[in-house]
Design a protein around this ligand. Structure first.
Ligand SMILES: Nc1ncnc2c1ncn2[C@@H]1O[C@H](COP(=O)(O)OP(=O)(O)OP(=O)(O)O)[C@@H](O)[C@H]1O
Ligand SMILES: [Mg+2]
Length: 358
């Protein structure tokens, strides 16, 4: 996405934050809705009273709402989702909600929602994610160039020896073939990450996704005396995700882990399932994060690195939140850090509903 995609005046943004309010029963049926809904969606508010509020939401964004209705979510909070509009498109909106008893609507508690048109914020956010993605890919490219040069030098050496008739080709052809395949995998992974594309939620096997990320990340541990180890269960673990965004999360976390290990060591990527959640733990043996700095982690532009942007983790948090997941951190200065990403598990065959909000 280029800069041209952002086509508004920043100072005019507040004018585009249209709001409307709604009251919904715990059965999900709209009791009341303010007429300003028309400004956001084009629909006539009166037509919606008595219908399920979820009918206004994009099918893939209804998880959180279902959780609010069945009491699994907090009684107050906010969530972002796509709302149907009259012209057939979807509008990004954010609802702040609170469940409470208002005698005007009877003895039972109702969900009160204040909903804001967030189209412009979503555009800004997408722009940020895609520019972070480009800067991440740029940073990876330097390490990859290094890593690719080595096998190319050895392939060239083998070819020269073969031409001179010094070595027997059979064995070396296999080595050369393997090296070329690895270079192919690394470059196609880098191209995949660098290519901006529209959001696309689909079922993915976490082992495959992480293996693909690790092909790239191994190029970053080059010359640093760092081992990357994986602890993966033998059964495939499925999640529903936008694979390029999810890769962006793991690249950022692993990159941070490697950058924290100036003295070398082992970086472990461990995958597990607990209950309805899949967890990916990225454990490094790096410098660690002092307790007083923990609260700054993930804030935009917080960096302790000379050449850092301080955006990697912020983008990770944002993407994981969109997938209805969480990131937690455990760290001991001088010993290392574990970042754990927890995501809704899509079940043993990947068929369980686990869609996120984008
Ligand atoms: N695994 C880790 N070990 C120690 N410190 C970490 C780790 N991960 C993150 N940090 C700290 O958090 C800060 C913010 O990380 P973040 O990834 O957001 O930005 P960055 O790595 O500095 O820059 P970039 O935008 O290029 O990723 C880092 O500068 C570092 O101080
Ligand atoms: Mg980083």
């Amino acid at each position: 996405m280029g800069v041209g995609k952002i086509h508004y005046e920043f100072m005019d943004l507040p004018l585009r934050f249209h709001l409307f309010s709604a009251v919904v029963g715990m059965d999900g049926i709209l009791k009341s809705i303010s007429s300003d809904m028309q400004t956001v969606t084009g629909f006539d508010a009166g037509d919606w009273v008595g219908r399920p509020f979820s009918a206004l939401m994009h099918h893939d964004d209804r998880n959180k709402w279902a959780g609010i209705l069945n009491g699994e979510e907090e009684e107050m909070g906010l969530f972002m989702y796509r709302m149907n509009s009259k012209n057939g498109d979807y509008k990004w909106v954010e609802s702040t909600y609170a469940v409470f008893k208002d005698l005007k609507y009877g003895e039972k508690p109702h969900i009160h929602l204040l909903t804001k048109d967030m189209t412009v914020v979503k555009e800004l956010y997408d722009y940020l994610v895609s520019s972070e993605q480009l800067s991440m890919v740029g940073q990876l490219a330097a390490g990859i160039a290094h890593e690719i040069r080595n096998p190319l030098t050895s392939i060239k050496g083998f070819l020269q020896l073969m031409q001179a008739g010094v070595i027997d080709t059979g064995h070396y052809l296999d080595i050369m073939q393997n090296e070329i395949e690895r270079i192919e995998m690394i470059s196609s992974e880098l191209l995949f990450l660098g290519r901006p594309k529209a959001s696309d939620m689909k079922v993915c096997c976490l082992q495959t996704l992480l293996d693909e990320v690790l092909v790239l990340m191994e190029t970053q541990s080059y010359g640093k005396n760092i081992q990357i180890e994986t602890v993966f269960p033998s059964q495939p673990i499925f999640i529903c995700c936008d694979d390029s965004k999810m890769k962006q999360v793991f690249v950022n976390l692993i990159k941070n882990g490697l950058e924290a290990m100036e003295e070398g060591g082992t970086l472990t990527v461990e995958l597990s399932v607990a209950g309805e959640r899949a967890a990916v733990a990225i454990r490094d043996e790096g410098i660690g994060i002092p307790p007083e700095k923990l609260e700054k982690i993930g804030q935009p532009f917080y960096t302790t690195k000379e050449r850092g942007n301080g955006l990697g983790l912020m983008v990770c948090y944002q993407i994981v939140r969109e997938h209805n997941g969480d990131i937690s951190i455990e760290s001991k200065p001088g010993e290392g850090t574990v970042f754990t990403v927890v995501l809704p598990w899509a079940g043993p065959d990947g068929e369980q509903e686990a869609s996120g909000s984008f």
